[in-house]
Write a protein that binds this ligand. Sequence first.
Ligand code: SF4
Length: 184
Amino acid sequence: MMNRKKALKALHDEIASCTRCSLHTSRTKAVPGEGPLDAKVMFIGEAPGAQEDMTGRPFVGRSGSLLTEMLNEIGLQREEVFITSVLKSRPPRNRTPHRDEIGKCMYFLDNQIEIVSPKIIVLLGSVAISSVIGPWRLSEAHGRFHEAKGLTYFLTYHPAAALRFPKTRALMHQDFQKLKAELR
Ligand code: SF4
């Protein structure tokens, strides 16, 4: 058995050269995600955007700044959480991920969850929620914890939506307070 560190490195190397779905033809860099092996919380977004595609790092654009700000507000540092997304390669013009792309890429996320084994998995937005635990209206799902297959999920909005809609941003701040209470 490989140790966890080696297993995660091998998985991320596999992502970097992955050709499982057609998105590999248009991406610049695949974005495996990053964070410590012993992270208590894992954040899962939708897919890399332009800046992530250029740098190979998750949540480095405006959404990333807002996520970092929200983490800090509840006493978490970005460096202590694991951050990734459902898809590891950018869809052209940031279009919504296709079902078959999600199906092919899920293997990587499943393995990341198994290796890191976080206490809480935060699903950011409807694509993350529907891909990982199934369809659920975000207006009903947000701010809730959900247990499935021995894992604990927390459901909230995607920071990109919070950047567009002040109302969503306010709700996301409230959701993060619930997350904070659970992490105490
Ligand atoms: S999105 Fe996932 S499955 Fe598709 S090429 Fe990228 S890493 Fe591979």
